[in-house]
Design a protein around this ligand. Structure first.
Ligand code: ADP
Length: 193
């Protein structure tokens, strides 16, 4: 199963990816997590990405495309994967199509989690409060100003990816405003179980 989850920050992609990873025994490939790991390890990519991510902007396509191309070659991705946070631009979507084509592979589903913007800000604020209450470290790009920048990036650069897959008749939209369990059920239905 090869799956793409699309949706703005706070839409629930991470929650659903983690569940799908268990259910289908395929890895969740989160470009955000991979980039955060690179920043933490201060790799050359991490050093390049750090300030961009802190500002809520998108890391250049060639960097992210390179990371994903390498990651899907790993043995654990052979049986499939869930892409979370990628593709985030039409250019990335086209690169993904090329990568898969070269391997004679295709996507089984592209699922968009649709959530309205007012709810997103509230969700991300709640996530930060809960993380803090639990003694965890809040992502510093979860501050309200940076969240706004991330939502802007979504609107201008990632929303066209939704249109790209819709035009290819490859898109299924799920109501991300529904309770988590209902979202899970809706996704399972799309995936045929
Ligand atoms: P969220 O989905 O909550 O916005 P992510 O963890 O997916 O957060 O991404 C965090 C940041 O990492 C983004 O704001 C962006 O700077 C960078 N990033 C992640 N994935 C990509 C991508 N596919 N292309 C460009 N930048 C990315």
């Amino acid at each position: 199963m090869r799956l793409v989850l699309l949706g703005p920050p706070g839409a629930g992609k991470g929650t659903q990816s983690a569940r799908l990873q268990e259910k289908y025994k395929i890895p969740q490939l989160s470009t955000g997590d991979m980039l955060r790991a690179a920043v933490k390890a201060a790799t050359p990519i991490g050093l390049q990405a750090k300030a961009i991510m802190a500002a809520g902007s998108l890391v250049p396509d060639e960097i992210v495309i390179g990371i994903v191309a390498e990651r899907i070659e790993e043995p654990d991705a052979k049986q499939g994967f869930i892409l979370d946070g990628f593709p985030r631009t039409v250019n990335q979507a086209e690169a993904l199509a090329e990568m898969l084509k070269a391997k004679n592979m295709s996507l089984d589903a592209v699922i968009e989690l649709k959530v309205d913007e007012a709810a997103l800000l509230a969700r991300i604020e709640k996530r930060a409060r809960e993380t803090m209450a639990g003694g965890g470290v809040v992502r510093h790009d979860d501050s309200p100003e940076v969240v706004r920048a991330r939502l802007d990036a979504y609107r201008t650069q990632t929303a066209p990816v939704v249109a790209y897959y819709a035009a290819k008749k490859a898109l299924t939209t799920v109501d991300g405003m529904a309770p988590i369990a209902a979202v899970s059920t809706a996704i399972d239905k799309v995936l045929g179980g």
